[in-house]
Design a binder for this molecule. Sequence first.
Ligand code: SDX
Length: 398
Amino acid sequence: KLGYFSYDPGFVSTASCRSAITYIDGDEGTLLYRGYPIEQLARHSSFLEVAYLLMFGELPKHEELQSFAADIRQEAMIHETLRKFFEGFHYDAHPMAMMVGVVGSLSAFYHSELDMGDPHQRRVSAIRMLAKMPTIAAACYRHSVGLPFVYPRADLGYCENFLNMMFSVPSLHLGGDEAWYLDPVAVDTLDLLFILHADHEQNASTSTVRLASSTGANPYACIAAGIAALWGPAHGGANEAVLGMLEEIGTPERIPEYIARAKDRNDPFRLMGFGHRVYKNYDPRAQIIRKACHDVLARFSPNEPLFELAMRLEEIALHDEYFIERRLYPNVDFYSGIIYKALNIPVNMFTVMFAIARTAGWVAHWLELKADPEQRIGRPRQLYVGAPRRDYRPIEQR
Ligand code: SDX
């Protein structure tokens, strides 16, 4: 159980299923980033330190982390011409639609001059991608609410900068107490959420990035492909769907109705934020996020009815034999939306938040694949269940 799969050698040689970045044991509910337990990283680390660990394999020394953070600040701006790109979207375009388009377009601004055969230039591309995601994400939000874009600031950290670019309205206040978004509880909670969402082995969006990377496509195009895959409600879109579900349920009295629907094979309704392809035990990230909910709700949204409702729903589901038999537990998305809501992040931006954090994992996998001398194009095979060989028949004979 070293995290390698028992695929035939030919398939493993494509390196699309061999990785040293993240290890998950779904039965134990274990998640390790480069060997470090997620619980310890959540308690002691920061998102940028975790991103460095995922990308380069080791926890950074102090000066390495300082230099990495300086590189990120240096690369946080986006080309001014890119602003026009946003004007092409109607103000109510889904932010994930803007993210896919704008991130893909970075290929036209930042890629041509770099040689992906050079490890240093690959590092530049990876850092550039991680640095620009918060700026692009905040710009998607500002465009959707008709506010001017806010530039990243050299005196703010990664999460502070993002929250400032999202919520700062200089004309309304000069900072100070009104700048709730720079409150340490908000910044630290967001940093924690980004750590917990940073990577997760061969999930659908990361596998998409790896498959695209294996063809030699440029990193920005590969990340745009990952963003597209993440958008689905069965994957990264679940956090947005959980909030919608909780708001639809509305009161604890209606929980049994929705539990019954979730169990009904003829009803397409699924309990969003429950179940997992790999975890058949509690998702360790969900446990950490549930605890973090208490702090941020106490500070920004005391007695948040949706949190009470979520805990009640969890309690009922975990005692229902349907969920017990199928080993369905809350996953990372079940509580994260409640925190984002308390931080005034609009629901349609929840999956964008996931994409910002997961960019650390995506670029780490891109770097790993590009550095693998045995790397070949990924080429999954299929189980053919179609028609046997048959001869063509002219239309008059059909
Ligand atoms: C993420 O892969 C990753 O690592 C992803 C992720 C990451 O960090 O990248 O962890 C992030 O995507 C988390 C998952 C977020 N999605 C949701 O919360 C959506 C709701 N969950 C379900 O859609 C579902 O659980 C999936 C998509 C997550 C997993 O689907 P599977 O693998 O098909 O589920 P399964 O094989 O475990 O299902 C077993 C049974 C089935 O019923 P039976 O055929 O046995 O009767 O459980 C049922 C399923 O229908 N089931 C559910 C359910 N999830 C599974 N029934 C009701 N509600 C659910 N949520």
